[in-house]
Design a protein around this ligand. Structure first.
Ligand code: URA
Length: 441
């Protein structure tokens, strides 16, 4: 078999066989297929797509390129959750403790921030002392003791995805539905949970900018999960405005804690309750409506917050900052961004808001950037609000004064104010299960 012929076959829009796909993945991981040929292949997939069968085979090949985690050492049903990435998305820190409080186990591997999007592991590392890298035995012990554990992806999970992702990042081939599905689902299958809930973000802050593309991606991933014997569902949720009011690592942990106390912003609370209810549903806890009531109760009784505290302590973190978020180290400086005119906020370019937060030090501009955990943005107004000229739209936080000018300009560019009142869009657009799409719009 020659890689040249396989690139040409895909370039000409033909489907590859199982043998051919496994040859490509194995050859790329072992180094016999160079980056330049793989780049050409990825671009061919970007333009010509892949059949469902090809996508499923490539997912399996990428999943098996490294360790397949066996979670049978953890008692009970394990439910995983994955978000396709967004701005202000701190849902894992809220829904994993809710799910654990209601009796399903969450043994989760999460990622770091990518581009304009934040990552759960960076947010967790804002908690002093917490370990996000555990041995398998420690990981299992934490889940068995507290119902949940969230750690970084261990060394040898899907090495093919690590290599492919880095190549896609620099060859303009990230936003391809089959390639995203392969990347996400290979990691989920390798991570070993029984059930998988996907939170597919849609809108200006997401990789998928339109609802139709997001539904296609969700259907593709649900089919892969189900065909691999995992109960899988997806929600399509809004990322045309940041989720919640806080963007930035410790700011997001603080907002997650407030939400677990029942004091979270409405949008974040609504999305988290729906995600948590769906995790419980997949975990066999009953009908969706009953699962929603269980999720609400876990917040009202404070049980979910207790589970988060237990996990932080079990992973060596200082839980005093969770018990009293005022103890989080604060940014040295703050800066208010004011409305340049009166009117309704009709649009927030969410990707640009995420970039503004990154420019303040909350995200990485290069692989080696050092994060400022206290940096970020607290939004005072969001899409749909009426603001008077000069009203504070957001407060920016950073460690260095010179960061405010460019980040402030970036943020203000992202906000459109007009005299047109906008219709309130739903936060959850659709729910996808095997062979079923429920639309809420
Ligand atoms: N998240 C992933 O893990 N992979 C992608 O390709 C896109 C988002």
């Amino acid at each position: 078999m020659r890689m040249y012929d396989l690139i040409m076959k895909k370039r000409n829009g033909k489907a590859l066989s199982e043998k051919e796909i496994r040859y490509i993945i194995e050859g790329y991981v072992t180094g016999s297929i160079p980056d330049y040929q793989m780049s050409a292949f990825l671009m061919a997939v970007y333009f010509k797509g892949m059949t469902d069968e090809e996508t499923a085979i490539m997912t399996d090949a990428v999943a098996r390129s490294g360790d397949m985690v066996d979670l049978s050492g953890i008692a009970g049903i394990k439910v995983d959750k994955h978000s396709t990435g967004g701005v202000g998305d701190k849902t894992t820190l809220i829904i994993a403790p809710i799910a654990a409080a209601c009796g399903v186990k969450v043994a989760k591997m999460s990622g770091r921030g990518l581009g304009h999007t934040g990552g759960t592991i960076d947010k967790m590392e804002a908690i002093p002392g917490i370990k996000t890298s555990l041995t398998q035995e420690e990981f299992f012990d934490v889940v068995n003791q507290t119902g949940l554990s969230v750690i970084g992806q261990s060394g040898n999970i899907t090495p093919a995805d690590k290599k492919l992702y880095a190549l896609r990042d620099v060859t303009a081939t990230v936003d391809s539905i089959p390639l995203i599905a392969v990347s996400i689902m290979s990691k989920k299958l390798a991570a070993g949970s029984d059930c998988i809930l996907l939170d597919v973000k849609t809108g200006s802050g997401a990789f998928m900018k339109t609802l139709e593309e997001s539904i296609k991606l969700a259907e593709c991933m649900v089919a892969i999960g189900e065909n691999s014997g995992r109960k899988t569902a997806a929600l399509i949720t809004d990322m045309d405005r940041p989720l919640g009011n806080n963007i930035g690592n410790s700011l997001e942990v603080i907002e997650a804690v407030e939400t677990l106390k029942g004091n979270g912003p409405e949008d974040l609370t609504e999305v988290c309750l729906s995600l948590a209810a769906n995790m419980l549903y997949l975990g066999g806890k009953g009908e969706l409506s009953a699962c929603m009531e269980m999720a609400k109760e876990a917040i009202q009784t404070g049980k979910a917050l207790e589970n988060l505290i237990a996990m932080v302590e079990a992973q060596g973190g200082d839980a005093s900052v969770i018990k009293d978020p005022l103890k989080f180290e604060k940014a040295a400086l703050s800066y208010e961004v004011k409305a340049p005119k009166s009117g309704y906020i009709t649009y927030m370019d969410t990707e640009a808001c995420g970039i503004a937060s990154m420019m303040l030090g909350a995200g990485r501009e290069t692989k080696d950037s050092v994060l400022d955990y206290a940096a970020g943005i607290i939004l005072v107004h969001k899409t749909g609000d009426y603001v008077e000229e000069g009203a504070v739209l957001a407060t920016l936080y950073a460690g260095k004064k010179e960061l405010f000018e460019s980040a402030g300009a970036q943020f203000i560019e992202a906000v459109t104010i007009t005299d047109q009142k906008t219709k309130k869009e739903p936060l959850i657009f659709a729910r996808i299960e095997k062979g079923k799409v429920e639309r809420y719009l």
